[in-house]
Ligand binder design. Structure first.
Ligand code: ATR
Length: 284
């Protein structure tokens, strides 16, 4: 759609930013709803981050997403940070409010839960314990979502135990830390297994996890979406487990920002999945 003098502008800032699916995601929604808006990728170096964050609202942007490696740094550059973003320790969505004030949000926990529910509509925290692999920023969002949803037994497995202990300290009660060497045993009796590490991503080794003790009734979700079917999901599927890929999470995490910037609640549909996948070139 051609831009006008009234076009609402949004963006994603990162370095590099070429890998981001957000322009394709938001571009689809803008076109679908016929909104006079534009969403662009902006490659911003760390040295320019503070200037860029301050300048964007002054030149008419209604907000922006933040991607790797700036999600943590932006936390300190906005005027207000939502409690959830503070707990996660990262901001992925910034909304320009009245007077140009910047509000930092993190929509990954929302995206995760919606992604989980779209792949497994009947999932219920009462089904049983959950094992989460990884303790980085993505894991913190996943843990918050699961705890808020009512999970009472969350087994957190990480290669570096101290990092898992940090998450357990911050989020308390439901989280039990499991040393890396006991990761396979942690799957015993779980209803859901979630990989939040980068293992299994294109160019990375597969997650080194023996699924022998994972109940057949358990669901397995990977937040990696390139490839769509990670080695973890392929092995889980082969032994009969229900699997949920990471694309739902990334699509749903975009919804709150779009709604705030453009005033329309967007939907995640099969057509959107196909549109974004076509741009990803990851097959399937
Ligand atoms: P993100 O913000 O995307 O979660 P991150 O903070 O870099 O990214 O976290 C990456 C996660 O993948 C961490 O849990 C990391 O484990 P460590 O805390 O021990 O570094 C995990 N990870 C990365 N490479 C790994 C590997 N080869 N084996 C196991 N876990 C790995």
């Amino acid at each position: 759609m051609a831009m006008t003098g009234k076009t609402r502008l949004a963006a994603v800032i990162g370095w590099p930013v070429g890998h981001s699916i957000s322009p394709r995601l938001h571009g689809y929604w803008l076109g679908h709803h016929g909104i006079d808006g534009a969403y662009m990728p902006l490659a911003v170096r760390l040295d320019d981050l503070a200037d860029a964050v301050r300048l964007l609202p002054r030149i008419g942007f209604v907000g922006f997403n933040v991607t790797v490696p700036h999600k943590e740094a932006v936390l300190a550059l906005v005027d207000e940070v939502d409690p959830e973003a503070l707990s996660i320790g990262a901001v992925n969505t910034v909304i320009v409010e009245a007077g140009g004030r910047l509000r930092g949000k993190n929509t990954d926990a929302f995206g995760f839960l919606q992604g989980l529910r779209s792949g497994f509509p009947d999932w219920d925290p009462g089904h049983g314990p959950v094992a989460v692999i990884g303790a980085g920023g993505a894991s913190r969002a996943v843990c918050i979502a699961l705890i808020d949803a009512g999970v009472t037994d969350l087994r957190l497995v990480n290669r570096t135990l101290a990092r898992a202990e940090g998450v357990a300290r911050d989020f308390g009660g439901p989280v039990t830390c499991v040393p890396w060497q006991h990761r396979s045993e942690a799957l015993d009796g779980v209803a859901l297994l979630v990989n939040t590490t980068t293992q299994g991503m294109t160019g990375e080794a597969a997650l080194d996890l023996d699924l022998a003790s994972l109940p057949k009734a358990a669901a397995v979700m990977d937040i990696v979406y390139a490839p769509l079917e990670t080695p973890l999901l392929a092995s889980a599927r082969a032994r009969g487990n229900r699997v949920i890929d990471g694309l739902g999470m990334i699509l749903h995490q975009g919804r709150p920002g779009f709604a705030a910037w453009f005033g329309t609640e967007p939907e995640v549909t099969e057509e959107l999945r196909r549109h974004v996948l076509a741009g990803l070139d990851v097959g399937k």
